[in-house]
Design a protein around this ligand. Structure first.
Ligand SMILES: Nc1ncnc2c1ncn2[C@@H]1O[C@H](COP(=O)(O)OP(=O)(O)O)[C@@H](O)[C@H]1O
Ligand SMILES: [Mg+2]
Length: 273
C-alpha cells in the first residue's frame, strides 16, 4: 500500500508528512477569548524517520497532531502527507493517544481488526493480519481477552497493533506511554522502536519525557511557549534507534537531555520568586 503512494508522487524524496506555514487559532467561544495555539510551524518528517516534539504544556503539540490527522483544520498554512494536502481524516495517517480508546466490548483480536472491518476486508484476511500483529506486539495468548482483562501496558500494545493493522504511512502518537509506569514504558518503547524499524514506518511522537525523546528519535523538535512554534531542531546522533533500551545506556544521552532542559528553560522554574 505504501509503495502505491510513493509511486503516485513519482518521488521518494517527498516528505512523509510536512507542516508548511501552519498556524491555528481557536475562535472565541462564550466568555473565553480566542486562542492562538500555534504559529508559523514548518518542518517535515522523511519516510521512515522518527521525530519527537517536546514543548511546554499548552504550547500546541496536540493541536499540531490533530491537524496532521485531519481532525482539525489549520487557520493558515497546510499539512501535507506524501505531497497531498490533508483535508480530513485519511487512511495514510493513524493516531494513537495516551488513552488507548479500545472498544471495551471487543476482544483484543476484534479491536485490532476494527479498521480493517471498516474497510470491508474479509474475515479470514483480517484474522491473518491480526494474528501477525498479536505476535509482533507480544500479545500471544490474549487474542480473546477483553480490554478490562489486560494491564495498561498490554492495552497500549493492543492499541499499537490496531494502529498498525491499517498499515498507515505515518503514525502520530500523542504521549502514548505517559500513563504507564517507568519500566512498562521502557518495554513499550522497545516494542514500538523495533516494530517501527521493521516496518519502515514514519512516526511523529509527542512526549514530556526527555529521555524517551532521545531514546526513540532520529530528531527532536523543541517548541516555544504558546503560541507554539518550533524553536530548535536537534538530531540525535546516538547509534541504535531500533533499540532504545541500549540507547538509554549510552553516555551521550545526558548531554542531549541537558540541552533539551536548557531549551525548555526548566531551570527558570526552580528560581525562588
Ligand atoms: N478545541 C479547542 N478550543 C479552544 N482552545 C483549544 C482547543 N484545543 C486546544 N486549545 C488551546 O490551545 C492551546 C494548545 O493546546 P494543546 O494543543 O492541547 O497543547 P499541548 O498538547 O501542547 O499541551 C491551549 O491553550 C489550549 O487551551
Ligand atoms: Mg497535548
Amino acid at each position: 500500500m505504501n509503495q502505491q503512494i510513493i509511486g503516485k508522487t513519482h518521488s521518494s524524496t517527498v516528505a512523509a508528512i510536512e507542516f508548511r506555514g501552519v498556524a491555528k487559532q481557536f475562535a472565541a467561544k462564550g466568555r473565553s477569548a480566542q486562542v492562538q495555539a500555534v504559529v508559523d510551524v514548518n518542518f517535515s518528517v522523511a519516510l521512515g524517520e522518527v521525530v519527537s516534539i517536546i514543548g511546554p504544556s499548552g504550547c500546541g503539540k496536540s493541536t499540531l497532531l490533530n491537524m496532521g490527522a485531519g481532525l482539525a483544520a489549520s487557520t493558515e498554512g497546510q499539512v501535507w502527507v506524501q505531497g497531498e494536502a490533508v483535508r480530513g481524516p485519511n487512511p495514510h495517517v493513524a493516531f494513537m493517544l495516551q488513552k488507548d480508546l479500545l472498544m471495551p466490548w471487543r476482544n483484543v483480536q476484534h479491536n485490532i481488526e476494527l479498521g480493517l472491518e471498516l474497510r470491508g476486508m474479509a474475515a479470514t484476511e483480517r484474522a491473518t493480519i491480526a494474528q501477525r500483529l498479536i505476535t509482533q506486539c507480544r500479545l500471544n495468548g490474549f487474542a480473546k481477552h477483553y480490554p478490562h482483562q489486560l494491564s495498561g501496558g498490554m492495552r497500549q500494545r493492543a492499541a499499537l497493533a490496531r494502529t498498525l493493522a491499517v498499515d498507515p504511512l505515518v503514525l502520530l502518537m500523542d504521549e502514548p506511554f505517559s500513563a504507564l509506569d517507568a519500566q512498562t514504558k521502557m518495554i513499550l518503547q522497545q516494542d514500538l522502536a523495533r516494530t517501527v524499524l521493521a516496518e519502515g514506518k514514519t512516526v511523529l511522537f509527542i512526549t514530556h519525557d526527555l529521555v524517551e525523546a532521545v531514546a526513540l528519535s532520529d530528531r527532536i523538535l523543541v517548541m516555544s511557549e504558546r503560541p507554539g512554534t518550533i524553536v530548535q531542531e536537534i538530531r540525535v546522533d546516538i547509534p541504535g534507534r531500533g533499540d532504545p533500551m541500549q540507547r538509554r545506556k549510552h553516555p551521550g544521552v545526558g548531554a542531549y537531555v541537558g540541552q533539551l532542559m536548557d531549551l525548555l528553560k526548566l531551570d527558570a522554574h526552580t528560581e525562588v520568586h
